[in-house]
Design a protein around this ligand. Sequence first.
Ligand SMILES: Nc1ncnc2c1ncn2[C@@H]1O[C@H](COP(=O)(O)OP(=O)(O)OP(=O)(O)O)[C@@H](O)[C@H]1O
Length: 251
Amino acid sequence: MRTFPETRVETRAAVQITDIHKFYPTGPVKVWALRGVSFTLAPGSFTAIMGPSGSGKSTLLQCAAGLESPSRGRITIGHHDISNMSADSLTRFRRDHIGFVFQDYNLIGHLDVAANIALPLVLGGRTLDPVWRDELMDAVGLSGLESRRPGELSGGQAQRVAIARALATRPTVVYADEPTGALDSRTAHDILDTFRRTATQLRQTVVIVTHDPRVAAVTDRVLFLADGLVVGALDAPTVEKVSARVLALGA
Ligand SMILES: Nc1ncnc2c1ncn2[C@@H]1O[C@H](COP(=O)(O)OP(=O)(O)OP(=O)(O)O)[C@@H](O)[C@H]1O
C-alpha cells in the first residue's frame, strides 16, 4: 500500500474539551448526559472512548464534533473555539475540519461511492484530487466499487465508504462512533490500520467510541466514561488491561 502524500504540521492541541456539560430536557426532569468532561488530544493521536451504555459516549462525540451544543463548557479544534460559532460558520468549519463517521453511515442513496466520498469537498466548492481518492479507496479496501450506489453495498462496505468520506477533506480530527461494529474481523483490522496510519502519517487526530477491548487496544489512549464523567484513562492499552477496566466499570 502506498503512503499518504501529505503531512500536517500542528504545534498545539488538535482538540481541547474544557468542562463540557450537556443535559437533555426530557419532560420535567433534566437528563445530564455529560457532567464536566475535560481532556486534550494531541495532533496525530488515536483515542478510544469506552464506558457503559448511557455513560455519555455518543453525546460527547457529538458535542466534540459540533453536532450538538454543550449546555456549558468549551470545545476548541486547532485554533478555533467552536462553542461560540454561529450555525453557518460551524457548518462550514465542520465540513472542512471535522470528519464524522455515523453509526448508520448517512450515505446519499442516489450518489455512487465516488460521489459520496467527494461530497464534503464538493459542498465546499472543491474537488477531490484523484490521486488522493485512489489512495483512500485503496486504504479502506473499496477499489473497484467506485460506481456502486449505497443500496448495492454490504453493511461493511457502506461503513468503509463513510470512513473514506470522513477522511476525504484531511480534517483536523475524525470522530467515529463504533466504526468497526458492522465489519468482519479482517475488515475491522484493515479499518483500524487505516485510522492508525492516518493518525501517524497525516498527524490526523482520530477519536473512536467502541465497546470492544480489542479495538480499543489498537489506540494510543483509552478514556473511560461513567455517568457523564471521565473516570479513568489508560495509555498504551492492551486487550487485557482494557478488559479489566471495562469489567470494573460494569460496561
Ligand atoms: N436526544 C436525547 N434526548 C434525551 N436524552 C438523551 C438523548 N440522547 C441521549 N440521551 C441520554 O443521555 C445519556 C447518555 O446517552 P449517550 O447516548 O450519550 O450514551 P452512550 O454511552 O453513547 O450509550 P450507548 O453505549 O448505549 O450508545 C443517556 O441517559 C441517554 O438516555
